[in-house]
Design a binder for this molecule. Structure first.
Ligand code: FES
Length: 571
C-alpha cells in the first residue's frame, strides 16, 4: 500500500508532527492511532435545522463501528447543512457554498478516505461535488427516507400531499382543522421526504452512480438495516483506501449514463439534471443537458411512486428498491453493466440476482408503469439553451398546447395576483414566471409549479401549462416547464415575454416558442436592463459567478477538480 496521505501530518518526526498529533491527543486518542492506519473522515451534515438529517449523529456512530473493525481511525467533522424546509431564501443558493466547505475540509485535513452522510435535497449534491473536486476514496451514505405518512386511513406523501391538500383547502374541500391535523401525520419518523422527491431521487442517483453500497437509496431511516449499511460502509471505506480506489474511477461517463437511465426508470426529480451536470463538471466528465433527453426520455418509468404515482419509498424498499429496478434495466440492456461501484464490483454483479417482491410498485421493463417517462429537453426561441419538463408528472393533453401568456415578473407578484378574481386568465392560458433562475432569485427557487388560480380550481381545472426559469420541488407535479435558459435575469428571451403573447409548447417535437416577431423582440430587448448586483458577501460572489441551469448552476471557478494536494504543507 502506498504511503497514506494522513501520514504527511501524523507520520512526521519534526515540530509539525508534534503539533498535528499532540492537539488531537487532547481527545484521548492513544499514540498508536497515528501509526499509519487509514484515517477516515465522516463528513456529517447533521443539524437540528435540517430535520431530514437529524439522526445523523447516530448514523455516524455506526459508520465508526465499521471503520474501527476494519482497522481504520474514524474522525467525524461537520460541514454546512442545507435544510430544504427552513433555509431562506432557498437551500439551492448555498449548494455551491456547502460544496466549497466540503472540498476544503477534506483537502485541508489529514484524511485518507471519506464517508459522506447526506439526506435532505441539497446535502447530497453538495457533498458529492465537494468530494469530487478532491478525488479521494469516498463513499456516499444516505440517511434514508421517512416512514410513509398516514392520514385518515390513507398514505400521505411528503410535499405531494401538501400540494394536494393546499388546493383542497383553497377550494373549501378541506377544513383548516384537518389541514393542521395532517401536519403531524405526514412526517412521523426520522428521515428525508418519502416521495420520489429530490432527496430520494438523489439517494437513488448515489446508488446508480455506484457511489454507495447496494440498497442505499430505499432502506427507511428508522429500519435497523440502515445502521447496518452504515457499519458496512465504514468497513468498506477502509478497504477502498487500501486499494486506492478513488472517486474518479467510479464516477465515469458510464456511471453518469447509468444515473440518467435510473432517473427515468424511477420517475426522478428534474432537480437531478442540474445536480448531475454539476457533479460531472467537478470530476471532469462531459455531461450535457441533451444527454438526459437522448439517453433517458424514451425510457419507461418502472416505479409507481408519488408524485408520478401512488406508492411511497417505504413500499419501494419492501418491493426490492433500486437493485430490482437496475436489474430490469440491465436485462433490457439499458445499463452499463461493467460500471465499477465502490464495493469494487461492477454494478451488474451487485444487482443481477436482485428480487422484486411487489410488481405493483416496481414494474417490468416490458410492462412499465408509464412509457417514455424520462426528462424531455425543450428548445426554441424562448429557451435557446434549453428547458426541461417531466412528462410523467404532466397532463398528457397539455403536452402539445398553444396559449395566451399570463406573465408574472416575480414570484411575489404571482402570489399577490394569482387568486385575484379579476385576473384575466382561463385554463387555456400559459402562466409565465420570470426572474426565478440562478441569478434572478438568486438561487433558483423551487417555485416553478405556480398555483392554479382559485377561480379555475373551482371550475375543476387542476393543471395548466406553466413556464419559468425556476426549479420545481421533486415532490410536485403538473405540466411545468422549468430551468429555461438563459434565465430572464441573464438577458434570456423569457424576460421579453409580455402578457397576451402567444406561446407554444410541443413536447413531442421538443419545442418551446414565443410567437412574437424578431423586430418586436429586438425593441423589447433594447429596453431591458439587468437587475442590480447584490451589494456584498456570498450573494454577490454567487450572482457574479453562477452558471446557468443548463450548465449545472455551479460557480464558474469551481468547475473541475484540483485533487487532494494542499497548497502549502507546513505551519
Ligand atoms: Fe428534506 Fe424533503 S425537506 S428531503
Amino acid at each position: 500500500m502506498k504511503k497514506l496521505r494522513s501520514q504527511e501530518w501524523f507520520g512526521r518526526k519534526d515540530r509539525d508532527g508534534f503539533l498535528y498529533r499532540s492537539w488531537m491527543k487532547n481527545q484521548g486518542w492513544s499514540h498508536d492511532l497515528f501509526d499509519g492506519r487509514p484515517v477516515i473522515g465522516i463528513c456529517n451534515t447533521w443539524s437540528e435545522l435540517t430535520p431530514c438529517n437529524g439522526h445523523f449523529r447516530e448514523l455516524a456512530e455506526c459508520v465508526k463501528r465499521g471503520v474501527w473493525e476494519a482497522g481504520g481511525f474514524p474522525l467525524e467533522f461537520p460541514v454546512m447543512s442545507l435544510g430544504e424546509t427552513q433555509l431562506r431564501p432557498t437551500a439551492m443558493l448555498f449548494r455551491n457554498l456547502a460544496s466549497m466547505d466540503v472540498e476544503e475540509s477534506i483537502r485541508g485535513n489529514p484524511i485518507d478516505g471519506v464517508v459522506l452522510l447526506m439526506g435532505c435535497d441539497k446535502t447530497t449534491p453538495s457533498l458529492l461535488m465537494g468530494a469530487a473536486s478532491c478525488d479521494l476514496p469516498a463513499m456516499g451514505l444516505s440517511g434514508g427516507p421517512m416512514l410513509s405518512g398516514k392520514f385518515h386511513g390513507r398514505d400521505l406523501g411528503s410535499g405531494t400531499g401538501l400540494w394536494q391538500m393546499t388546493d383542497q383547502l383553497r377550494t373549501g374541500a378541506m377544513k383548516v382543522e384537518e389541514y393542521h391535523e395532517a401536519e403531524s401525520c405526514m412526517h412521523r419518523s426520522k428521515g428525508h421526504c418519502m416521495t420520489m422527491g429530490t432527496a430520494s431521487t438523489m439517494a437513488n442517483k448515489v446508488e446508480a452512480l455506484g457511489m454507495s453500497l447496494p440498497g442505499n437509496a430505499a432502506i427507511p431511516a428508522v429500519d435497523a438495516r440502515r445502521n447496518t449499511l452504515a457499519q458496512m460502509t465504514g468497513r468498506r471505506i477502509v478497504q477502498m483506501v487500501q486499494e486506492d480506489l478513488r472517486m474518479s474511477q467510479v464516477l465515469t461517463r458510464q456511471a453518469f449514463e447509468n444515473a440518467i437511465f435510473a432517473n427515468a426508470a424511477i420517475g426522478g426529480s428534474t432537480n437531478a439534471v442540474i445536480h448531475l451536470i454539476a457533479i460531472a463538471g467537478r470530476i471532469g466528465v462531459p455531461l450535457w443537458l441533451d444527454d438526459f433527453d437522448r439517453l433517458g426520455s424514451s425510457l419507461p418509468c418502472l416505479v409507481d411512486i408519488q408524485p408520478s404515482g401512488e406508492y411511497l419509498m417505504e413500499d419501494f424498499f419492501y418491493a426490492g428498491g433500486l437493485p430490482a429496478v437496475l436489474r430490469e434495466l440491465g436485462e433490457a440492456d439499458v445499463l452499463h453493466r461493467d460500471a465499477l461501484t465502490v464495493n469494487g464490483q461492477p454494478i451488474w454483479k451487485n444487482v443481477v440476482d436482485a428480487a422484486c417482491w411487489n410488481r405493483d410498485v416496481i414494474r417490468r421493463f416490458a410492462e412499465p408503469f408509464k412509457p417514455s417517462a424520462g426528462i424531455a429537453v425543450l428548445r426554441g426561441n424562448l429557451a435557446p439553451d434549453g428547458a426541461v419538463i417531466k412528462p410523467s408528472a404532466a397532463s398528457p393533453q397539455l403536452l402539445q398546447h398553444r396559449g395566451r401568456a399570463v406573465v408574472f415578473e416575480t414570484i411575489e407578484e404571482c402570489h399577490a395576483r394569482i387568486d385575484d378574481e379579476t385576473l384575466d386568465i382561463d385554463e387555456s392560458c400559459i402562466m409565465v414566471l420570470k426572474n426565478c433562475g440562478p441569478r434572478g432569485y438568486p438561487g433558483m427557487a423551487e417555485v416553478g409549479n405556480m398555483l392554479v388560480p382559485k377561480k379555475l380550481l373551482r371550475k375543476g381545472v387542476t393543471d395548466m401549462v406553466r413556464i419559468s426559469d425556476a426549479r420545481m420541488s421533486g415532490t410536485a407535479y403538473g405540466t411545468v416547464v422549468l430551468h429555461v435558459s438563459p434565465e430572464a435575469a441573464a438577458g434570456g428571451p423569457l424576460g421579453l415575454v409580455r402578457s397576451g403573447d402567444i406561446v407554444s409548447l410541443d413536447v413531442p417535437k421538443r419545442s418551446l416558442c414565443l410567437e412574437v416577431n424578431e423586430e418586436t423582440l429586438m425593441a423589447r430587448r433594447s429596453k431591458w436592463t439587468p437587475p442590480p448586483l447584490p451589494e456584498r458577501g456570498w450573494l454577490r460572489l454567487y450572482v457574479e459567478h453562477v452558471l446557468q441551469a443548463d450548465k449545472g448552476a455551479d460557480l464558474d471557478f469551481l468547475v473541475g477538480r484540483s485533487g487532494a494536494r494542499v497548497a502549502r504543507d507546513s505551519h
